[in-house]
Ligand binder design. Structure first.
Ligand SMILES: [Zn+2]
Ligand SMILES: [Zn+2]
Length: 251
């Protein structure tokens, strides 16, 4: 591997539903040849004091081999499924609406993004689309672990017609590092600031089945083929989940 491998949209146990301490994330990431971890813990589990402790712990556990980059994932009352990501967050912010986020996050974070657009049914407030740096076009949590989301890619493509600087990335949405769904971001070795490189589009996303560059400027035919492939993979995934539940069921 000649480049620098990273993971993005990662939860630690600073999130109520995250299992891994930052120290364990460091240990497992080093085993997996990961050079940076862009964290996005649930903002509702934080206040200014906890955020300061989180940032300090990230710094203490970072070195030349591995960087833990503090970030938060925000949700908003009255906006179901609308989660916004602020990676490389330099100060505590507490936006209460997506419009607040659009106003506060660009100055406070190194990279902002719309998470899993499938959850808010692809309806993103325009003030967010006016400022956000990235769209999560593949989310290993909600959006199957196997294939990216063609509708999220379409959202990215539409947005890029107006704002060609916006990029698309594959996020792990990892809450438990023992279950590695293998989505990775690949950067050149000589990128000193991973989030700046991502924001500038100098990376590739890679998953188990495919990879893509930051623009994901695929043709309509290719997106159509992806939709067909998803019908199959989604069924496989549902079957696997069903089998897993059946195996775990007490008898
Ligand atoms: Zn989320
Ligand atoms: Zn998340």
């Amino acid at each position: 591997m000649s480049g620098q491998v990273g993971i993005i949209h990662v939860h630690s146990n600073y999130s109520h539903d995250g299992r891994d301490s930052l120290a364990r994330l460091r240990e497992l990431s080093l085993e997996r040849d990961i050079a940076f971890v862009a964290l996005s813990d649930h903002a509702e589990d934080f206040d200014a004091g906890i955020f300061a402790a989180f940032t300090a712990e990230c710094a203490r556990l970072s070195d030349a081999r591995l960087r833990l980059i503090p970030g938060l994932e925000y949700r908003f009352a009255g906006f179901k499924g609308m989660h916004l990501l602020a990676f490389g967050l330099r100060e505590w912010i507490a936006p209460e609406t997506p419009a607040d986020f659009a106003r506060l996050a660009p100055a406070a974070a190194a990279l902002t993004a719309v998470a899993h657009p499938v959850l808010p049914r692809y309806r993103i407030p325009p003030e967010v689309l006016d400022v956000v740096d990235a769209i999560e076009i593949w989310n290993a949590g909600y959006n199957t672990r196997y294939l990216p989301d063609p509708r999220a890619i379409r959202l990215l493509q539409r947005l890029r017609r107006r704002r060609p600087e916006v990029v698309g990335f594959a996020g792990l949405d990892q809450h438990d590092a023992s279950n590695d769904r293998e989505l990775r971001l690949l950067l050149d070795l000589d990128e000193p600031d991973p989030l700046a490189a991502i924001r500038a589009g100098r990376f590739r996303s890679r998953g188990r089945t495919m990879g893509m560059d930051a623009t994901v400027s695929w043709s309509a035919a290719r997106l159509g083929a992806l939709r067909v492939a998803r019908l199959f993979y989604d069924r496989v995934e549902r079957t696997q989940d069903k089998v897993a539940r059946w195996v775990r069921r007490p008898r």
